[in-house]
Design a protein around this ligand. Sequence first.
Ligand code: ADP
Ligand code: ZN
Ligand code: ZN
Length: 725
Amino acid sequence: MIHHPIIKVALPVPLPQLFDYLQAEDGSLTPIGSRVLVPFGRRKLVGMVMGHTTKSKLPPKRLLRIFRPLDHSEPLLDLSLLNLLEWCWKYYKHAPGEVVLSALPPALRRSEGKLPAPPVHYLLTRAGRERLEQPPGRQKTQYRMLEALAAGARTADGLKGIGSQWRKTLARLIEQGWVQEILAVPEPPDFAPGPQLLDGQQNAVDNISRDLQHFHCHLLDGITGSGKTEVYMRLMEEVLASNKQVLVLVPEIGLTPQLLRRFRKRLGLEPAVIHSSLSQGQRLEAWAAARAGRAHLIVGTRSALFTPLPKAGLIILDEEHDASFKQQDGFRYSARDVAIKRAADLDIPVVLGSATPSLESLSNAVAGKYAWHRLRERATSASLPNWRVLDLSQQNTFNGLSATALDAMTQTLERKEQVMVFLNRRGYAPVLMCQQCGWHGSCDRCDARLTWHRKAGLLWCHHCGSQRRVPKLCPDCRADALMGAGEGTQQLEEALEQHFPGVPVLRFDRDRTRGSGVMAMQLDEVMKAETCLLVGTQMLAKGHHFPRVTLVVIVNIDQALYSSDFRALERMGQMLQQVAGRAGRMDKPGTVILQTQHPEHPALELLLSQGYEAYARWLLEERQLAGLPPEGYQALLRAQAHERSDVEKFLREAIELFPPGEALAHGPMPAIMERMGGRSRMYLILLSPSRASLHRQIDQWLLCLRELPSSRKTRWAIDIDPQEL
Ligand code: ADP
Ligand code: ZN
Ligand code: ZN
């Protein structure tokens, strides 16, 4: 009996398996890590070869043949990356094909997608030089191009100026043997000197660079402005100088033009940038440059984690506490956790930086698993801000802003300084809320919040379709304090423009900064403006330098104080600390005004009197007592369906089937936003003192869940180490 070579292919379908195919009749075996085009039902799909075998569970007659291999030169993904992806699908219990294909830039998920040709330079040959010694004759354009090249090698871009027919001219010159095409060699980095490091920074740099050859996880725990970025850049210099690659992951790339500018200036090279709002072509270009080892500094968001790094030397994850490192749908991975796994696989160091470390990282640092580098001083003369807590229940408000806050703003603007007004934005749809008493529009028929349609002046229930007019005053307390939570920044912007005529108001939220370049433009304006008001969401809290901002007003934090999510207090502490870090960065001290209905809340008092580390350690103790993460290990079984009864039935049956062991299952319970998109969403919580047993039990459980008839009536998924309920 002949054993036909069979390839195991990952396909972008939501099934927990690889698929077996026969190799194309003529070809040799497609190598692991290469793409193939295969028949799947009636469709043609692009898949990734994950392995070879000679045996299949399918009978030979049912084995289909691939149409063709798609990558002709060499595999796209190397074994180390493929192994990481396999670890991911097993750890996160997600469909292998969806995991693997998500590691490719979108352009390569299509069969027409090809790796771009590496950039080339054009160089004058000896014969070309000789030709230049002759008079130009009739071929004037050719001669001009030769002259241009006599000054040194050029890229195609550098030749465009020479006549409209430059391509033809160039081809002609190559044909004549006067010009030669060579692979472009990347410019070596060109480091500019940085400031003399402070002791804390120097210690961190020394400590981390003592062993750059091996894996170790470092927590760079430094208050805002303590010079973490400076530490990163010193480390990057060392790694780049040894011709290795550095991968820097940041929460949101739109937020970091300043960071990129600093990298360019200090390191003298152009970072390859990878994030989802680039065009497919740009993304492919950057990815291919990293894969070929041409790009040495790769900066990107979560998904850049899976960029091939043939010369990997260091991974840096900035703002490691940021929730956006966890993907919240589909393949729900944590880029932080996978980055650490990847660094361990590659045996290179990983640096997690934050002014407000996550409790997960903090507990690893406390336990000595991570090297813990604390920076507790600001690198510049800027002093830490003063906090003022304003009791909202004692104040009149104007669009959510108290008279006291407005006075402070007026004074700050009169001193020609800048003010930042910060809104804690939760939820996605715009919702109308009373800033005085907390009233918010909810539907009489569903438990959904009403969505606020500002233009139409309507409150609308997107689940049952009922609607009503927007009230002028709060229906409960009659205050003139109705404000959108969600679209609120826009209304706040308008209110501020009214209240401070002539002062520029710049809004930073997702809507405003969606367009490319808007963020950079607005940041520029802030830098140039003397006085101005900045209004924004969480986005403003992250990583920016606003040297003239000396007053920060936080409109309201009360949703966080009384949330049912056990992470809410951690998030609130991080947010407050980050926002406060924006005040008084240069020579002028800053003030942070915090408006709340609950100034006496113990968590708030601890945070403000003793700082984030003490606060976080207290939260950590609470988690330990409750067995919650990071003390215990958590997973969710999430399910949704149009009919709540279908979801409930499935989850009730599922919990009965949960295998015995250290992990226990609780529920079902409704998601915090139970109805969304016309579906009921509920979940089971699995909590375990041991990670190993949690995974073992879930793996067993999954086998039975897939057999459950009720599972077919719902959309369900496992969420490992969930961040949101
Ligand atoms: P972080 O990333 O911790 O917020 P940065 O690295 O951005 O801090 O540093 C804050 C400011 O201090 C920047 O303007 C930076 O140029 C400056 N800075 C950092 N380290 C030093 C130093 N050792 N000496 C002088 N200025 C420094
Ligand atoms: Zn009210
Ligand atoms: Zn409704």
